[in-house]
Write a protein that binds this ligand. Sequence first.
Ligand code: GCO
Ligand code: MG
Length: 405
Amino acid sequence: MKITAIKVFVCSPGRNFVTVKIHTDAGIYGIGDATLNGREMAVVTYLEEHVAPCLIGRDAHAIEDIWQYLYKGVYWRKGAVNLAAIAAIDMALWDIKGKAAGLPVYQLLGGKSRQGVTLYAHASGENIADTLDKAAQLIDQGYKAIRLQSAIPGLPVTYGVLGDKKDYYELQGNRPLPPEEQWSTKKYFNLVVELFKQARERFGNDIHLLHDVHSRLTPIESARLGKLLEPYDLLFLEDASIAENQDSYKIIRQHTTTPLAIGETYNTIWDCKDLIQNQLIDYIRVAATHAGGITALRRIGDFANIYNVKTAPHGAPDLSPICFAAHMHLNTWAPNFGIQEFVGLGNEQVKQIFTSTVTVSDGMAYVSEAPGLGVDFDETAAQQYPYKRSYLPVSRLEDGTLWNW
Ligand code: GCO
Ligand code: MG
């Protein structure tokens, strides 16, 4: 089965998505997600100019060889743009293999390890009461795990809080340049411990609670936060600190038993190898779209399993429903799956363009038995929503110093 064409699409149904479609001479096609938020067109050019020409005529079944060809075969290796491109090709090839075999991808990975995939939903509010009201609504809908984020008194909008935007799908669109936000670790500490104290008082001990620090603390500050949050029993504390220096997590680890999660910005296993093998984290959050597709995530997941690290794939709205479907197949199979982040199946335009067979009920998600990834892409519908240049915000300390957003 030979690859005959590779097409790249960019659409913006509320936010930008980059989608790859691979056609074969057997009449089967596959799709993959190559969205790199705020740098979308770099991946498009990389795919069209540097990747697609090398793959025409190759055997669509040779997933591993094509992965190695695009990774090892490129002298430069690594990189967010490179790995997003490889990821999309890889997902599309798994989709094709599944369709050719008449099997859903999870069957090709080894079959079901569980009946359904546990999700964690987001409650993001303007203050503690608002966040907890939103969490209560999610609990009523059946979610058993909730991520809590709240605006910080004295600071304008920060990560995880919607401000004047109606929902996650409207975070992008009319930003000619990156918006600037503000950060104060002192103000944050005052808020966050109180948020979890009140959450436990209101919801008791059976619900799982999570929180995303979004990398804004130093390791010793994270260690202190982990300690202060221990009484409130988090499922995990996400992205407490940047771990470009993976050793820095030793500082956090030696002070707190709060479980730690990281990985949504990682591109390869090398970004998390030390964190995993030194058991400095509890959950690895790599995304299929940003870390090289299903082939790479399976490998990272198996490696993590040896060290009792569970998988918890990134599930933000800037990953398309194709990535979510890829995660769902991995989650259904992985023996060490932990939990899947979930922000909904998308707005109406997203659902019109990406028709997914994944179903959600009572805080759980289920893959279908459709061959391949079980998600389709409507090119004509996508054309109605052209690309809009857009950026993630940047963050500064109160004195103007650039900080981690
Ligand atoms: C999360 C993430 C996202 C990222 C986003 C950036 O945990 O879901 O932190 O919200 O900020 O994916 O593009
Ligand atoms: Mg995050």
